[in-house]
Design a binder for this molecule. Sequence first.
Ligand code: BES
Ligand code: MN
Ligand code: ZN
Length: 506
Amino acid sequence: MEIHVKQGNVAQQADRIVVLGTWQDAPLPDSLTHVVESSDWNGAFKQALLVYVPTQTTAAPQDSSVQSTSAPFASRRVLLVGLGEKADWTPERSRQVGALIGQKVRELQQSSATLTLPTTDALGASAAARSLVEGLLMGVYRFDSFKTLPDERVPTTKLEQVTLLVDADVDGVKKAVDWAKAIAAGVNLARDLGNNPPVVATPTYLAETAQRIAQDHDMTCTIFDHDKQVELGMGGLLGVSKGAREPAKFIILEYGQPQPDRPTIVLAGKGVTFDAGGISIKPAADMDKMKMDMQGAGAVLGTMETLGRLKLPLHVVALVGATENLLGENAYKPGDILKALNGVTIEVLNTDAEGRLVLADALSYAQRYNPTAIIDLATLTGACVVALGSYAAGAMTNNPALLERLKAAADTSGERIWELPLWDEYKRQVRSDIADIKNTGGRNGGAITAGAFLSHFVGDFPWVHLDIAGVAWTEDQPKNYNPKGATGYGVRLLTELLREWSGVSL
Ligand code: BES
Ligand code: MN
Ligand code: ZN
């Protein structure tokens, strides 16, 4: 999609459709008052109404204020969009309105639209543009590469061109638009990985995606195959992958180099490309959703794509343990004991608690970079979904300061996190009688005992674990910039963290 930025009055723009964002209870322009009954319209948040107006293509009015002009619109279709109370305007609302506009314009089968960027004293032009365009590009995303038959629920028109009208600072807004495009590219890459069927999005496919990102953005990509995993002793990843025919891959994607004045940040992702549960097999209902059990990896790879476009001055290493969790004849079994890369031995009580085994090796490997911070993302536990629903990722840490940084990034990006405690009691819950630790601590506090398990693999390095099981996928649409399917959660959060850490301002 092309996004143009310029100065101008929306009434004077000739386009397929013009969008008139309206604050709650603000008067409509005179030229609309006879078209729209005031009882039909009050500008409440996310109201939308298309009106057809008589056009006037010549003698454009001089007055640049929409509210006071009585001159007719230059475009025939005017889409009124309610912005709600001006005082309530936030980046999140701006994102949602961006998505709403994209979706409405597409439903109306129009390929281009012009709108005035809604700004307030609190949300200036560049932040407003960033969030609105982010929402727009995330909202029009659709996974349709397997659609061959016409589907009446799917508009055929593509939104190709959007023109943003601003009062001033065209260059600043253009920069913000580029930023939003980079973020949307990362988010949509993560979504594609999650939405693709597991026969496509295999460990090899994740590895190839990482290699492609490396090529496009001048990064280094290293893939450890089975033999190398054995040589290093990645017993967690190897254990889980024993039941699969697809070979496991350990993926390293490195951006920038270690430098004395730059932080090294490791992002680790769970890349289970399909989780049947292994011998401790899952019930059939909803097992198809377990194609998204690599959304931790999706978030990490998506963030690297975004980072490659933004070129932030940092050293960032993405690590992904990629495997299937299946029931092949050689599958690992409850009762098995595995030895992770850092030497910790793990008694396997449930082969469906596989994510933590994969992460055990990734986190152990992360320590080799002497990192300033390690952040892992994983669709790790159903218990986290029970605890927080689909409105926040569960966050666990050994370093409150790092978590604070992430909380700030969550506030700014709109991708929420919520802390769960990692008290010693939970760590005791995963102690094993015959090995160092066991891979489940029972039902109680299941999200936290998973985090407690992971804490054995990060040493003393500052670390945050994000359980994204509840937020990585959406069936309903509580946020309209997240269409059904994989959400790409984490890309916006991590990008904002990296931006803040790099000192680059917007
Ligand atoms: N991938 C699942 C967790 C999951 C569940 C993600 C629902 C998204 C939605 C994970 O591998 C798993 O199976 N966890 C088990 C752990 C248990 C056996 C200790 C779970 O949550 O039931
Ligand atoms: Mn599982
Ligand atoms: Zn899993």
